[in-house]
Design a protein around this ligand. Structure first.
Ligand code: BT5
Length: 266
């Protein structure tokens, strides 16, 4: 069973020392949040084979068929102020892009703030949800969904043009245990260095190297309105810098912002 291999690999690590598997669940992020509220420890991983109500950002849905993909959530308790929480999405993006490139040989790129793309199509999504108490972050639920062996013929019609899976791109199956183990290993390494160094220049440079948006014309939708310009990359706090036609630069923090690339071929 692929999950048993995975559990034993994580036993001595921070991420995955408590590891729960559900053949079926509504949402691993919901389960992880409820457990975190009851005191479940940092590093607890909730993994599912199928989600009936997989969640994306801003009330969107994450398609989560059984037998093919990875749906997992990790409870994190970083000692950071709530405004720094989006940095967790950025470190997860670096970890996922690196791990999925490594296990598949494909070139996986980060689309700010929370997508992993291959050849311009969405392979994985990240949903980091924070709970704060005043100026303290109580916990962050880091949820990641990866399309591993989902067959193109099984994609819902609405996703055929925009989504992909490792198998669809490689033309062969990739063991889920290897993909998940690689992902958790990279997450552990990035999270441990984040705890030591915060959002470091090294992490920012790695993100910028793996970014599929830098240099591209983008349109951002935020609660404050729509803004178009050329994405320059992350600044030292992890905000995305975007240069508009008049030569002024605006900063965007991940959160309630959606980004569209004018030309998504990369
Ligand atoms: C995301 O949201 O990309 C975050 C997805 C996080 C999913 C994980 S799975 C484990 C954990 N438990 C949960 O309940 N959620 C997390 P967003 O950027 O809002 O993208 C959602 C959009 O992606 C949808 O509106 C669709 O257009 C598209 N989409 C839905 N399912 C997809 C899939 N499986 N593959 C690719 N695209 C998908």
């Amino acid at each position: 069973m692929w999950v048993d291999d995975l559990k034993s690999l994580q036993r001595d690590r921070l991420i995955g020392r408590d590891f729960l598997f559900f053949p079926e669940i509504d949402s691993t992020n919901r389960e992880a949040r409820d457990r975190a509220r009851k005191g479940a420890g940092e590093g607890t991983v909730i993994l599912a084979d199928y989600q009936s109500h997989g969640r994306g950002r801003l009330g969107r849905t994450w398609e989560s068929p059984s037998g093919a993909n990875i749906y997992l959530s990790v409870i994190l308790r970083p000692p950071i102020p709530p405004p720094a929480a989006p940095q967790i999405t950025l470190l997860a993006g670096v970890s996922a892009a690196r791990a999925l490139s490594h296990v598949s040989g494909l070139e996986c790129r980060i689309k700010w703030p929370n997508d992993i793309l291959v050849r311009g199509k969405k392979l994985a999504g990240i949903l980091a949800e924070m709970e704060a108490e005043g100026s303290d972050t109580r916990f962050i639920i880091l949820g990641i969904g990866v399309n591993v062996n989902w067959g193109k013929e099984d994609f819902p019609p609405g996703l055929r043009e925009t989504a992909t899976s490792l198998r669809a791109e490689k033309g062969k199956e990739i063991p889920r245990a290897a993909a998940a183990a690689g992902l958790l290993r990279e997450l552990e390494a990035e999270y441990v260095s984040f705890l030591r160094e915060g959002f470091s220049a090294r992490l920012r440079d790695d993100w910028n190297r793996l970014s599929g948006v830098n240099g591209k014309q983008v349109t951002l939708q935020s609660p404050q309105g729509t803004f178009s310009g050329r994405a320059l990359g992350l600044d030292s706090d992890g905000a995305l810098l975007v240069l508009d036609g008049e030569g002024s630069t605006r900063r965007f923090i991940a959160g309630e912002v959606s980004l569209r690339m004018e030309n998504s071929n990369f």
